[in-house]
Write a protein that binds this ligand. Structure first.
Ligand SMILES: CC(C)(COP(=O)(O)OP(=O)(O)OC[C@H]1O[C@@H](n2cnc3c(N)ncnc32)[C@H](O)[C@@H]1OP(=O)(O)O)[C@@H](O)C(=O)NCCC(=O)NCCS
Length: 173
């Protein structure tokens, strides 16, 4: 298999990223969410990673800086998602590469934790644990088990907290 390259998105990748999400999710909701985030203050191109295979974009993951509040204190963590890989290239480790690259990026940028709303079984293998076990909650009305967290910096979530996803995510849920 040709090597997979993971890199930050470029302006000219936007259409290809949409195609990845529409084909993987079978609908436009996630592509619309990403468009709404791109138009918001929450978006940071450096936190939007594409996976390239043979010069073609076959996967994408968006990371968003979100506040985690506990009592009167606030810090920021990264929310991972939406993430997808085109169906024709799934089960080849591309999703895993995107998650590993996300963890490295969080470390480089000094974020202590990553939260993700998604299939908990998928994220478990990368060290994500149930958010409820660390007393972490969020403002989206998703099933509690779907929220998982990874402490990139051990102990970063001690004491728990409440993650506030920005408005475009709230509109999707
Ligand atoms: C989930 C997704 C990103 C995985 O990408 P990928 O490149 O196939 O992932 P990898 O090759 O690294 O890992 C594949 C493994 O993930 C696991 N997996 C895939 N989808 C899963 C799911 N929905 N729940 C639990 N495990 C899942 C399987 O065990 C699979 O193992 P296998 O190849 O032995 O069958 C991709 O299938 C996808 O885009 N799905 C549709 C969109 C989506 O659900 N995104 C994630 C939202 S949380």
């Amino acid at each position: 298999m040709q090597p997979i390259t993971v890199r930050p998105e470029a302006r000219e990748d936007i259409r290809a990223i949409d195609v990845v999400h529409i084909s993987a999710f079978g609908g436009e909701a996630e592509a619309r969410l990403i468009s709404a985030l791109r138009a918001s203050a929450s978006f940071n191109r450096e936190l939007s990673l594409v996976a390239e295979l043979g010069g073609r974009i076959v996967g994408h993951v968006l990371l968003t800086r979100v506040p985690l509040r506990k009592g009167g204190k606030e810090k920021h963590v990264l929310a991972l998602g939406p993430m997808s890989v085109v169906p024709s290239q799934s089960h080849r480790g591309i999703g895993s590469e995107l998650i590993q690259a996300s963890v490295r990026l969080a470390q480089e940028k000094g974020y202590g934790s990553i939260v993700v709303l998604g299939h908990p079984e998928y994220y478990k293998r990368f060290g994500f644990v149930q958010a409820k076990d660390l007393q972490v909650t969020c403002n989206l009305p998703a099933p509690e088990d779907a929220l998982t967290v990874l402490e990139v910096e051990p102990g970063n979530l001690s004491g728990g907290g409440h993650v506030e996803y920005p408005e475009p995510f709230v509109a999707l849920y």
